[in-house]
Design a protein around this ligand. Structure first.
Ligand SMILES: Nc1nc2c(c(=O)[nH]1)N[C@@H](CN(C=O)c1ccc(C(=O)N[C@@H](CCC(=O)O)C(=O)O)cc1)CN2
Length: 348
């Protein structure tokens, strides 16, 4: 096909204008053929833009929260002469982890926190990493410790997370914090940041939770399981669906609130969504896109256009849950520093 597809050169086009001469034709390079075919082919209808009123703007909400935290930090400095401090430990050189760690340190500076950082090589030993955690446990300037995940395979994530002092566990991953989250009448010192961010989005958007059916897709320790516990604590009727759940789509399509945290790009399509449901998309996946500058774009675990057509409210990716993760980390660190400032003893 390419060889039979031709265009007029600019010179030939101008020569034809008004003269009815038959223009000479020149072969077109392959890439131009492809572009021209695409332009000539009946194109798929452009997706209908999602109305702004349906979008949960996580970035704007996170910015508001960060502003609120900055005000509290200034007050704390004045009243108690105390500055909240966050220690961030990075192991290895994963590009995404480096980006998140940079964003966390920048966010600390913006709200007036002190930040401390330790960058370790990917082949660091478990013992060396434990020593770093223990030093931060003992440092009174540090109110929160965060070890960026994932860790290299040779390091036991469990051993490292368990070593973080419970009163500095601002990621909320310590088993005592998760255990308290699961028990009625108990209150964890810290709630994991991404699940906490999902609930904060629902609450700030005034989405009723009590008595509603919620479906959480995914059962990870970091997101699926704690977000399900948080929804249940707010009196939602929660179903967790996962890779072994028969008929996950039907179960999800009965939910008033959907939290997608399955880690599979665009798995949750419009037919999973009940008309009027609220959709919180936790996924961040890179999808090839030759038209994008980087050659890819970020998509969630939800197929956005299809789900948005059914939902009453939906988070975009990027700009939905992601920015809330860092805002909640700051909030947890502030709470930790406030406990110290007020001399509150930490009990479980
Ligand atoms: N110790 C931890 N490790 C990891 C956590 C965590 O909560 N604690 N969560 C994720 C990564 N993460 C924070 O660490 C994180 C992920 C995404 C975002 C974010 O703002 N995403 C943006 C898009 C960013 C981009 O362009 O790539 C968005 O969704 O708008 C912030 C933090 C795993 N590790």
């Amino acid at each position: 096909m390419a060889s039979s597809f031709h265009r007029q050169s600019a010179a030939n086009r101008s020569a034809t204008r008004g003269s009815h001469r038959v223009a000479a034709i020149v072969p077109l390079p392959h890439h131009a053929v492809v572009a021209a075919v695409a332009a000539a082919a009946p194109s798929a209808p452009a997706p209908t833009p999602v109305p702004a009123s349906k979008l949960i703007d996580g970035k704007a909400i996170a910015d508001t929260i960060r502003g609120e935290i900055a005000v509290e930090v200034a007050a704390m400095k004045q009243q108690y002469n105390l500055t909240p401090g966050l220690a961030v430990v990075l192991v290895g050189a994963r590009k995404d982890s480096e980006t998140y760690v940079r964003s966390k340190k920048k966010a600390c500076a913006e709200v007036g926190f002190d930040s401390f950082g330790t960058d370790l090589p990917a082949d660091v030993s478990e013992e060396e990493l434990l020593k770093v955690v223990e030093d931060y446990n003992a440092d009174p300037r540090v109110h929160g410790i965060l070890v960026q995940l994932p860790l290299p395979k040779h390091i036991s994530e469990k051993r490292i997370l368990d070593a973080i002092s419970i009163e500095k566990d601002v990621d909320g991953f310590h088993p005592l914090n998760i255990g308290s989250l699961a028990m009625r009448g108990r209150h964890p010192l810290f709630v994991p940041c991404t699940p906490k961010g999902c609930i904060e989005l629902l609450e700030r958007m005034k989405v009723p939770i009590s008595g509603r059916k919620a479906c959480v897709i995914g059962r990870s320790n970091i997101v699926g399981m704690p977000v399900a516990l948080l929804l249940q604590r707010r009196d939602a009727t929660v179903t967790i669906v996962h890779s072994k759940t028969p008929d996950a789509q039907r179960i999800c399509s009965e939910a008033d609130i959907v939290v997608a945290a399955c880690g599979v790009a665009e798995m949750v399509t419009g037919d999973w969504i009940k008309p009027g449901a609220v959709v919180i998309d936790v996924g961040i996946n890179a999808k090839d896109d030759p038209s994008a500058k980087k050659g890819y774009r970020l998509v969630g675990d939800v197929e956005f256009e299809g789900a948005a057509a059914k939902a009453s409210l939906i988070t975009p990716v990027p700009g939905g849950v992601g920015p809330m993760t860092i805002a909640m980390l700051l909030q947890n660190t502030l709470e930790s520093a406030q406990r110290v400032a007020k001399g509150e003893s930490v009990t479980h």
